[in-house]
Design a protein around this ligand. Structure first.
Ligand code: ADP
Length: 266
């Protein structure tokens, strides 16, 4: 089944053009705004074109601060016969011509980004030191990474030498009518209640509070919609899915709760 994705701007066309030229893509935007879903959707389309199973088209890696280059590239494992080399997810994608999606790439340790450099310029090669080999990327291989400038830029940033290898696609929050359509589809909530949630989100995102770096993403609205659909009262659903989920700061929670109460207690 084709992943459900509602385009918000021209991201589908730009990604297609980038893919056709094999230009690496950086998806920028707050959490829960559809970057991963978009990648799945594009990979599905490309798999159809390449006539391969969509499962083989996309290799997704969620980066974290313990992640090393070996986790991406591969390592020797002890086995009965001695040691056996096991390709990491990046190497698998480089060999097979898949899209490799590194979610939250700045979370990974520095040595991992170095590995990406020779793959993201004209060389398109992956040196595998441990094997003493250099892999030439399959002609269809493409690297896609995501990055959340909101919170990650404050603690970690992508170095210019890395980020300038990518074409950047900025993801924002969809307009309320589009977001309502997504909420309704994903949660099964009716159109009117979905629109109300989408407008609520818009107000929350406009809250003038520097501490709320990321407003609620579409993912949280879908959660709230799912609770409401299951019969949870709207205010309680918002408390669980939005208020407590976006922050632990009591003052900000109060501000967020003020908005949800104004919308649902009316
Ligand atoms: P991100 O990768 O940006 O953190 P996701 O792609 O995981 O966010 O999106 C979170 C959820 O929000 C998805 O599972 C989907 O239900 C919904 N979603 C967000 N944007 C869209 C969109 N444009 N079309 C369809 N679903 C969307």
């Amino acid at each position: 089944m084709q992943p459900y994705y509602v385009p918000v701007g021209d991201e589908v066309e730009i990604f297609r053009a980038a893919y056709d030229q094999r230009i690496p893509v950086l998806l920028k935007g707050p959490t829960g705004c559809g970057k991963t879903r978009f990648c799945e959707y594009m990979a599905w389309q490309i798999a159809a074109q390449r006539q391969i199973d969509p499962v083989d088209e996309l290799v997704t890696v969620t980066c974290h601060d313990d992640m090393t280059a070996a986790d991406l590239v591969g390592r020797y494992l002890l086995s009965g016969e001695g040691t056996t080399w096991l390709d990491g997810p990046l190497t698998r994608a480089v060999r097979s011509g898949a899209i490799c999606y590194l979610d939250e790439v700045v979370e990974a340790r520095k040595d991992t980004t170095v590995v990406l450099h020779s793959l993201t310029d004209h060389r398109r090669i992956l040196p595998i030191e441990r094997l003493g080999a250099t892999l030439e990327a399959h002609p269809d291989f493409l690297l896609v990474v995501s990055y959340n400038p909101g919170y990650q830029a404050t603690v970690k940033d992508l170095k210019p030498s890395t980020r300038q290898r990518f074409l950047a696609l900025e993801f924002g929050y969809p307009a309320p009518d589009v977001e309502a359509e997504i909420i309704a589809h994903e949660s099964g909530l009716d159109a009117e209640a979905s629109l109300q949630l989408a407008f609520l989100a818009q107000r929350l995102r406009n809250l003038d509070d520097a501490d709320l770096i990321d407003g609620p993403g579409t993912r949280l609205l879908v959660h709230a919609g799912q609770l409401m659909r299951a019969g949870v009262a709207p205010l309680r659903a918002c408390d669980a899915a939005l208020v407590d989920a976006v922050t632990d700061d009591p003052d900000i929670q109060e501000a967020v709760r003020g908005v949800t109460t104004a919308v649902y207690a009316a």
